[in-house]
Write a protein that binds this ligand. Structure first.
Ligand SMILES: [Fe+2]
Length: 303
């Protein structure tokens, strides 16, 4: 029998492995007990039963992953349904009646053992299903991460996650371009100083507001949002400056390229949002594309 070890957002696979080992051990113990007593037909029934319990366990863990920790009671229900299924199967098995009483005793003990194994699993899983604390998030958050709250905005959980991830990259690129625009706003020199100083200010103000909206959209989709310079550097397609461009033209070229990258990011998010049926994010992306497209035009016209 393979193990139940699964990587899920609710826990380390080792927690599930511990459960699988525990479950496996008690199933084998009961199967061997039947074998030792020479009750061949019961042993066959037990094999069926272990298969049913195993299938029920996998289904239950998948349900946990899909529907969340509030369905932990469902986890037990599904295992118990597997037991009932086995009992129906063994009742139909020829020769089962001969040792029916003893068989039922065995089942009662096995039922209790598996129930204990489930309790262990639930104990292992519950602390991990609670929303991460702010400290944990600050330490570990690089990309958007499910905040553990149950929400239903009419978009599937997996689709919300896809949109949140795409928005995380867009946020990082937007913020990096915001910093770049500020950097050039402060340091631009030359005959175009006043016009570019004002243009870059218009840009960084827009980017600042956009970053806030993108991050809050990620939150509305049930994910914690990245917000550290390290995470932005990791996720952004726009690269931070290593040095100040030598003149205004260098700044304009850098900004044009960065806006082009952001326009491309916005179109990528739009595709993901449309696929997810997330019209709010899609609508936001129309604004972002308009801004970046117009900025590319204005920067090019200033060259
Ligand atoms: Fe300023």
């Amino acid at each position: 029998m393979t193990t139940l070890g699964m990587d899920t957002q609710y826990g380390k696979s080792s927690d599930f492995d511990a459960f699988a080992v525990s479950l496996n051990r008690c199933l084998k113990r009961h199967a061997h007990a039947f074998e030792d007593e020479g009750i061949a037909c019961d042993f066959k029934a037990i094999v069926k039963w272990t298969d049913a319990v195993y299938a029920g366990s996998v289904g239950a863990l998948e349900a946990l992953e899909e529907y969340g920790p509030e369905n932990l009671s469902n986890l037990k229900d599904r295992i118990f349904l597997a037991f009932e299924e086995q009992q129906r199967a063994s009742a139909e098995f020829p020769g089962a009646n001969k040792s029916e009483d003893r068989q039922q005793d065995r089942y009662a003990v096995a039922y209790r053992d598996v129930s204990n194994a489930l309790d262990q699993l639930i104990k292992a899983v519950i602390p991990l299903t609670q929303a991460p604390t702010i400290g944990e998030v600050q330490m570990k958050l690089v990309a958007p991460k499910d905040d553990g709250q149950k929400i239903d905005v009419g978009i599937k959980k997996e689709s919300r996650s896809n949109v949140a991830q795409a928005l995380g990259a867009m946020l990082a690129s937007t913020y990096t371009l915001y910093v770049k625009s500020l950097f050039y706003h402060w340091n631009v020199t030359g005959p175009q100083f006043h016009g570019l100083h004002v243009l870059f200010e218009d840009h960084y103000q827009n980017l600042h507001e956009a970053g806030d909206e993108l991050a809050e959209r990620i939150r509305a989709l049930g994910h914690f949002t990245p917000g550290t310079l390290e995470s932005f550097a990791a996720l952004s397609v726009v690269k931070d400056d290593e040095k100040l461009p030598k003149d205004a033209k260098g700044m304009l070229l850098n900004l044009k390229e960065a806006h082009e990258l952001c326009a491309g990011e916005a179109r990528r998010v739009l595709e993901v949002a449309e696929e997810a049926g997330d019209e709010v994010t899609a609508d936001m992306m129309v604004d972002r594309m308009r801004f970046h497209d117009e900025s590319i035009w204005m920067l090019s016209a200033s060259l």
